[in-house]
Design a protein around this ligand. Structure first.
Ligand code: ZN
Length: 274
């Protein structure tokens, strides 16, 4: 395995047309070192089979994606969200994932501050189980274009505030360059997260200047305007020792031959020289 791929992980969603088995086989063959698993690839085969495939693969599993979606208008619905996240933490433990990535949620019309309170309460309720299963919970700030219905946490700062409130070694942040590259405080917040030991995950992809779809038109590294190498450098300088996880939602790339696409992913990653 080329040593420069030792930190490279790929999210299964990046190769959406592939099953978990196909991802595992292709990543292993390509020298990719890690795989972050989306729940949609577990669903058709079940958690036991997924765990078997992953544990036999030798691949590192940084994350199970994704939990969260805590805010809701009724306490019943908030409890349902917590129960669902309990299941997800168990799944993460079963496949040996280091963390669950949390897309925290938002409710159209609910003030963001109130939604963030639901998020802190929800994560707080999960902490004993996270400690018991040894699964970290990584809050992923999402770009403000998702503030209406997907994430009331849009900057590193809001994620940090939840971490500071909960003060647990199991709660931290997944930094996705797509979502936070524009944040004027990004470098300072990454440094602070390093000091607070909350830098759990690093997701890489690119922001296309002529984005055609808010969800399914991400760029591969080099397609857009994000200075990915610099941001990854800040994370490493802050003590981040996890993997560089390639996570790309793209109708264009999903339509490609996935073996060719994986070659391109590896090339583009190597070109970052990080
Ligand atoms: Zn991400």
């Amino acid at each position: 395995m080329p040593s420069d791929l030792k930190n490279l992980a790929v999210h299964t969603m990046t190769n959406k047309p592939w099953s978990l088995r196909q991802c595992v086989d292709a990543y292993t063959k390509a020298g990719v070192s890690g795989i972050s698993v989306w729940r949609n690839v577990i669903e058709p085969i079940g958690i036991d089979e997924a765990a078997k495939i992953l544990k036999g693969s030798g691949l590192i599993v940084p994350a199970l994606v994704r939990g969260g979606f805590f805010p809701a208008s009724t306490s019943d619905d908030r409890q349902k969200a917590i129960d669902e996240n309990r299941k997800i933490i168990d799944e993460a433990a079963a496949i040996g994932a280091e963390m669950v990535v949390l897309v925290v949620g938002a409710v159209p019309g609910m003030p963001l501050a109130e939604a963030r309170k639901h998020v802190a309460d929800g994560i707080g309720a999960l902490l004993p189980q996270a400690v018991d299963r040894n699964v970290k919970l990584a809050i992923e700030p999402l770009h403000p274009m998702y503030a209406g219905d997907k994430s009331c946490i849009n900057r590193m700062r809001e994620a940090r505030e939840v971490c500071e409130q909960l003060r647990s070694r199991m709660v931290g942040i997944a930094v996705d360059v797509y979502h936070v590259w524009w944040d004027p405080d990004l470098q300072a917040e990454i440094e602070m997260a390093g000091k607070q030991h909350t830098l759990f995950g690093l997701h890489i992809c690119d922001w296309r200047l002529n984005t055609r779809d808010l969800l399914t038109d991400r760029g591969l590294m080099g397609d857009g305007c994000i200075d990915i190498a610099t941001i990854c450098g800040w994370a490493r300088d802050a003590g981040f020792d996890g993997m560089d996880e390639v996570e790309v939602f793209s109708d264009t790339y999903w339509a490609m031959d996935q073996d060719e696409y994986l070659k391109l992913i590896v090339e583009r990653y190597q070109a970052l020289n990080i």
